[in-house]
Design a protein around this ligand. Structure first.
Ligand code: C5P
Length: 314
């Protein structure tokens, strides 16, 4: 593509936030030539946000502050820095930026926090640098960084197909309350997919080329039907996550015993997403899980939430 103009960028400072997500259903099919599994997944964005402040500077740099425990690399493997490099390459520009990320999404928890960092960074730098790619091209660029990045840009609730980047917004009514139970420890997404393949092979389970979407779950979302949503929460990766992290299954069982309509592993884990009736129930289940020593931390979040949005610019 033609290099973008090298005229000075029109903004000095841009603040963008992008949401974390949970997968309300995650059905996994066969692997494609790039090593990605085909998915039929329903993403829901929740109101825990990664906020990226991008300020004009001569070089690229990154700082983090966080409301959640854990560490992230600050080197070139960081997804926000990779997003910045990719935008520079795509547009043929060499601008710099001082990036600051404030984190609310559990780190390496299966909630797409790193993807939200990349999404917010692409949107912020596109404005800071005046590269003007716009949402559709930014989403395509985001897909090169990770399968969950385009959804962090789109937000709300959406069906993801292909490797998760082929998105269609899902009609929803009402708001859903989630208790996010964090059991500690990390799970690597590729390792969970590998374990899933191993289990499928060992059990002789044939994987579909493209899994079907769950029509009952779409009905639950459009009809604001909590009971039906609880009945349709599903994650094909859960059994693999349970096998790799023995602390997870007891959390799901305890949350349901404590009265939650349903609970499941979020994405590739280890965060457990517990569907609750309201914040009071979230608080009582959270207290029960903490008392039993099953989790390190619990957060309450609501879905759905908007995708990457500009909060301030000057
Ligand atoms: O795209 P992302 O970086 O989140 O994916 C990390 C890894 O998870 C991929 O390299 C792949 O091993 C696995 N994955 C997959 N199928 C998907 C998404 C991710 O196998 N649809």
């Amino acid at each position: 593509m033609a290099p973008a103009s090298k005229t000075p960028p029109p903004r000095d400072r841009v603040v963008v936030r992008a949401p974390g997500k949970i997968n309300l259903s995650l059905k996994v099919g066969d692997i494609d030539a790039r090593g990605y599994h085909s998915l039929a997944t329903v993403f829901q964005a929740v109101d825990l946000y990664e906020t990226v402040t991008a300020t004009r500077a001569s070089t690229l740099s990154l700082e983090l502050t966080s409301e959640v425990p854990g560490e992230l690399p600050l080197d070139g493997s960081n997804l926000a820095l990779r997003a910045a490099e990719l935008l520079r390459e795509e547009c043929g520009v060499e601008f710099g930026a001082a990036l600051h990320i404030h984190k609310q999404v559990p780190i390496a928890g299966g909630m797409g926090g790193g993807s939200a960092d990349a999404a917010a960074t692409l949107v912020a730098l596109d404005r800071l640098w005046g590269t003007g790619l716009g949402s559709e091209r930014l989403r395509a660029l985001g897909a090169k960084l990770g399968a969950d990045v385009p959804f962090a840009m789109l937000g709300h609730t959406a069906l993801g197909r292909g490797n998760g980047t082929d998105l269609t917004t899902v009609l929803t009514h009402g708001e859903w309350t989630w208790l996010l139970a964090i059991p500690g420890g990390h799970l690597s997404t590729p390792a969970v997919f590998r374990k899933f393949d191993e289990i499928s092979l060992a059990t002789g389970r044939a994987l579909p080329g493209q899994p079907d979407r769950d029509e009952r779950q779409l009905q639950a979302l459009s009809g604001a039907n909590l009971e039906l949503l609880a009945d349709t929460l599903h994650n094909d990766l859960q059994v693999a996550a349970f096998a790799l992290h023995p602390g997870l299954e007891p959390v799901v069982e305890a949350a349901e015993r404590l009265g939650a309509p349903a609970a499941l592993v979020s994405g590739s884990g280890p965060t457990i997403a517990v569907l609750v009736e309201d914040e009071a129930q979230a608080r009582s289940i959270s207290a029960g899980l903490m008392r039993a020593g099953l989790v390190e931390n619990c957060l309450v979040a609501r879905g759905s939430a908007p995708g990457a949005s500009v909060l301030e610019e000057s």
